[in-house]
Every structure is written in structure tokens, then in C-alpha cells.
Design a protein around this ligand. Structure first.
Ligand code: F6P
Length: 535
């Protein structure tokens, strides 16, 4: 792909949006979301849409019809559409790593493949998924036996980042579908207290470890794997436990997993065109298939595919990922908002904000554009969140009365079979009340200024008919494409992560050479020596 000369700030839409934002915020004409609803009684309907079983209401944001049409112009004037087509066609859009970005191919059906290359890829994916199906069935049906002949009851996924967050989120979100006899555990941190406390509770005879790592070189994962191998040796006298039926490898680097000792038929491969933070749809999702069964795992893929098809074909103005992406750009680049919160009103989505932190911040936390120039506009926002109603009793104070504006994505399932009508009514009632209160605000009673709620705080509401595997898949794909939309408009590479490399390299130097490392700064040297002295 040729280098571009595009910059979003050079488009006419960007300039116009800057003017409109200034007008909107000028003290004379200061607009409010509430007033926009008063002016247009059709606003709620106009600015909401349904895709599959996901409803998005984005009417509670501070934009007029004119601003909305300029935002759509911005998308039109950016390389978004050609970039989208290049991604789905398998072009090498991740230029710094010279890779295609094809996680959508993991959930495509064979009829979606329009070229010979795509057909070959589909056949390869089908083969890989067949292995996921076979292995997960064997484990679920009690046919996969440990070294003493017992069926597996506990599966530990050892992985970090994309090799942990996606599977962990899916297993907890889809708990309703979980296998009754098999427990899933996730070990990611190199903090030994995590793995040691989990291993303490498990029976090695019935435990399976799956080492999930795209590269099969990640420091934390390899150290945790080593500790697990030693645990099997201590408890069962198993020498080289990684060669036994207790270990599986999930990787895009199968030769490294085989060299590590994992039997070839226990290495589940995926392709290097799957980015780590987009890998839950691949063999990395084995733990999901073990937990909910392969049929439900396929439903999750089907939901994501529906979102892929929608993203590829819907016009900009009714394209859900485009809408979410544009709203984020409006907030970051024109209203000067620095962060965004995701608040699921569903305890099973507790891990969604941390999953989205990697997806969004590792993808769009960039300041060099595709022409290798420093950008002169803000890119990815700070994303954070927690479930409601818990957050209401913690940080919502700041959302309502703090000095910063934080746009919120409220997310909930309309029906929940794991709850009961009374709880669910209270849960959803709270969510709706919060989004309304944030927007409406309230004047302070005379002499009680501390009771002033300024209101005018923007939010989106995303309602899933139900938290099914299919809707969960669509939800995650929606955010993946939202991040893509923003990266395309910001003209950055959303698919590399060079920012994490320096810290990794310095940790290795520090661990090798200690405070003798020649170029260590004085503060870090002193801290290192202090810790050494105490240890
Ligand atoms: O350090 C960042 C990162 O490369 C992520 O992008 C990735 O998801 C994670 O590390 C784990 O990498 P791997 O799957 O290769 O162990």
C-alpha cells in the first residue's frame, strides 16, 4: 500500500466541525442536549438504530443535525471506506509489521470468500476450528484423560493481553452456557501469588493447562508455564509435564510450541494475520469452546460475522461502528474530552472495560501517523469503566458533578434468564435514570449550590435483547470496528503495538544486569537497590 498524504485536519469537514464546536460552546449560544430534544421531538428515534439484536440509542449526545452531517462528511472524506475494503480483502494494512488484518476471516462463512486466496484461507480456518471443536468436545465429554486416567475437571488458560482478556471476558459473559463439571481458570500476571494460589486449590490429576501465546515467547506466559510444569512434577512426579496430555499450546508459532515439548497434535495453531487483541475468535478461544461448547462458540462467531457484514455494507449514516467511531472523534477532537467510560449494567460484563482497554488503547494509543509524522490532534481516548450499579456508589459522583465531562456507553441486556424480574427491573431502571440524570441535570435549591447538577453529559445506550453468545459476538465485533473507524480517520496504524516494546526490553536488561545496567537512571537504580536490600 502506498503512503498517504491524507491528514484528517486538512479535510474541509474537520475545519467545519471545529467552527461548529466553537459555536456550540460559545457562551452566547451554549447548546444543551436537553434543548436539542426540545427542538426536535423525533430526535430519540432519529438517532437510534438496531442491528440484529443490538439497539443503539445515541441521541443523548451533544450534536445538532448539522454537526452530524459534517461528521458523516468527515468519514466520507477520510480513507475509511477504502481502508475497510483493504482490510477485508486481506491487504497488508498493518504496514509496520507487514501483515494483513484478517480476524474477520475467522468468523466468515465459505460463501463470503470471493477470491481464490480467501477460499484457501477459509479452508485453513475451517481446519483450525475443527481442531478446536474436536479438542473441546473431548474435554467436555470426559474423554480427554490426564496422566493417571482421570477426566479433566479444571482448565487453566495461561496467557496475557489478547491471549487472556478475550477468552476470560467471554467465559464470564457467557456463564449462563457454562459446562457444569469443568471449571475455567485464567492466569496472566507474572505475579507468582496469582498462579500459586490457583494451583493450591487444584488437583493436578484432573487439570489441563493451555499455554495461550501468539508468539510463544512472552515472558510472563513462559514463566507461568514453567511454574505449572514444575507443579505437575512435584505433585505427580511427571517429568517434562509439557509432553503429557496435561498441556496444550495455542499459538501462531507452532514450531516454538513443539520445540517446547508440547506434542504436535496438542498444538492448536492460528495464523499470524490474527492480531493478539483480536484473537478470541481463533484457537486462542479454546477455553471459550470448552466452557460453552463448540455450537455456542460458533454462535459467537455468527454474531460477529453479522456485525462484519453490517459494517461492510450499511451506509455511513446507519452503520453502527461508524456512528460510535464518529461520536468518539467528536468528543475527543472537537469537544476536548479526554476519556470515555463503558458501564455495563450486567455483572457478567464486568471484564468488558478491561478487554476494551486493550482493544482500544493498544490499537489507537498512537501518535505517529501512517506517513510517519507526529500527529497534531488527539487520537485514542483513555477508556475505563466498571459495572453499574456498583459504579453509581463510587465514581458516578464525578460524572455528575465533577469538572470533567466523561461520555458513557451504557450497556445492558433487556432480558436476563439468570436474574429475576424484580432485580432486573431495578437494574435497568437505575441505568435509564443515570443516563437521563446525566443529560438533564438539575438546578440547585436556593442557598444549596452543592446540589447543582449541571447535566449536559453525553451518553450512548446499547441494549442487547439478551446476553446470548451471538449478541456477545456482535457486541465485541462492534467495538473492534469502532476502533478501526477511528484509526482510519486518525490515519494511524491500529494494528501494531510498538509502545509496549521499550518497557519489555528494559525489564530484560534490568533482570539480566541488575543495577549494574550501564544506562539505568539514578531513580530506578536507587529503587532497585532498595528492593534488593529488603528482599
Ligand atoms: O505486550 C503486548 C502484547 O504483544 C499484546 O499485543 C498481546 O496480546 C500480548 O502481548 C500477548 O502476546 P502473546 O500472545 O504473543 O503471548
Amino acid at each position: 500500500m502506498n503512503k498517504t498524504t491524507y491528514s484528517p485536519v486538512k479535510t474541509s469537514a474537520w475545519n467545519r466541525l471545529e467552527e461548529l464546536a466553537a459555536e456550540l460552546q460559545s457562551t452566547k449560544n451554549k447548546a444543551t442536549i436537553k434543548a436539542l430534544f426540545e427542538e426536535d421531538t423525533a430526535r430519540a428515534d432519529k438517532y437510534s438504530l438496531k442491528v440484529g439484536e443490538l439497539l443503539l440509542d445515541f441521541s443523548k449526545n451533544l450534536f445538532s443535525d448539522q454537526i452530524w452531517s459534517e461528521l458523516l462528511q468527515l468519514a466520507q472524506q477520510s480513507p475509511l471506506l477504502s481502508h475497510r475494503d483493504s482490510m477485508f480483502a486481506g491487504e497488508s494494512i498493518n504496514r509496520t509489521e507487514d501483515r494483513s488484518v484478517l480476524h474477520a476471516a475467522l468468523r466468515a462463512r465459505s460463501e463470503d470468500a470471493t477470491s481464490a486466496e480467501a477460499q484457501a484461507r477459509a479452508a485453513q480456518v475451517e481446519q483450525q476450528l475443527k481442531t478446536v471443536e474436536y479438542v473441546s468436545d473431548q474435554i467436555r465429554d470426559g474423554h480427554w484423560l490426564g496422566s493417571t486416567g482421570k477426566a479433566i475437571t479444571d482448565v487453566i488458560n495461561i496467557g496475557i493481553g489478547g491471549s487472556d482478556l478475550g477468552p476470560k471476558l467471554a467465559c464470564s459473559a457467557l456463564e449462563e452456557y457454562a459446562h457444569e463439571r469443568i471449571n475455567l481458570h485464567f492466569i496472566s500476571n507474572v505475579d507468582g501469588a496469582q498462579i500459586l494460589s490457583i494451583l493450591k486449590k487444584l488437583n493436578p490429576e484432573t487439570t489441563l493447562v493451555s499455554i495461550a501465546s501468539k508468539t510463544f515467547t512472552t515472558q510472563e506466559t513462559m514463566l507461568n508455564a514453567k511454574t505449572a510444569i514444575n507443579w505437575f512434577k512435584d505433585k505427580l512426579g511427571l517429568d517434562q509435564a509439557q509432553t503429557s496430555s496435561h498441556f496444550i499450546g495455542l499459538t501462531a508459532n507452532p514450531s516454538a510450541a513443539i520445540a517446547y515439548g508440547i506434542p504436535e497434535h496438542q498444538v492448536l495453531e492460528f495464523s499470524d494475520w490474527v492480531g493478539g487483541r483480536y484473537s478470541l475468535w481463533s484457537s486462542i478461544g479454546l477455553s471459550i469452546a470448552i466452557s460453552i461448547g463448540f455450537k455456542q462458540f460458533e454462535q459467537m462467531l455468527a454474531g460477529a460475522r453479522e456485525m462484519d457484514l453490517h459494517f461492510q455494507s450499511a451506509p455511513l449514516e446507519s452503520n453502527m461502528p461508524v456512528i460510535l467511531g464518529l461520536l468518539g472523534i467528536w468528543h475527543s477532537n472537537f469537544l476536548g474530552i479526554q476519556s470515555t467510560a463503558v458501564i455495563p449494567y450486567c455483572e457478567r460484563l464486568l471484564l468488558l472495560p478491561s478487554y476494551l482497554q486493550q482493544l482500544d488503547m493498544e490499537s489507537n494509543g498512537k501518535s505517529t501517523d501512517l506517513d510517519e509524522k507526529q500527529v497534531n490532534y488527539d487520537t485514542g481516548p483513555i477508556l475505563w469503566g466498571q459495572t453499574g450499579t456498583n459504579g453509581q456508589h463510587a465514581f458516578f459522583q464525578l460524572l455528575h458533578q465533577g469538572t470533567r465531562t466523561v461520555p458513557v456507553d451504557f450497556i445492558a441486556a433487556v432480558e436476563d434468564d439468570l436474574s429475576n424480574p424484580e432485580h432486573h427491573r431495578v437494574l435497568l431502571g437505575n441505568m435509564l435514570a443515570q443516563s437521563s440524570a446525566l443529560m438533564e441535570g438539575q438546578a440547585a435549591p436556593e442557598g444549596e449550590q452543592y446540589r447543582y447538577y449541571p447535566g449536559n453529559k453525553p451518553s450512548n445506550t446499547l441494549l442487547l435483547d439478551k446476553l446470548s453468545p451471538k449478541n456477545f459476538g456482535a457486541l465485541v465485533a462492534l467495538y473492534e470496528h469502532k476502533v478501526f473507524v477511528q484509526g482510519s480517520i486518525w490515519n494511524i496504524n491500529s494494528f501494531d503495538q510498538w509502545g509496549v516494546e521499550l518497557g519489555k526490553k528494559m525489564a530484560n536488561t534490568l533482570l539480566d544486569k541488575g543495577s549494574d545496567a550501564a544506562d539505568l537512571d539514578p531513580s530506578t537504580r536507587a529503587l532497585f537497590d532498595y528492593i534488593k536490600g529488603k528482599a
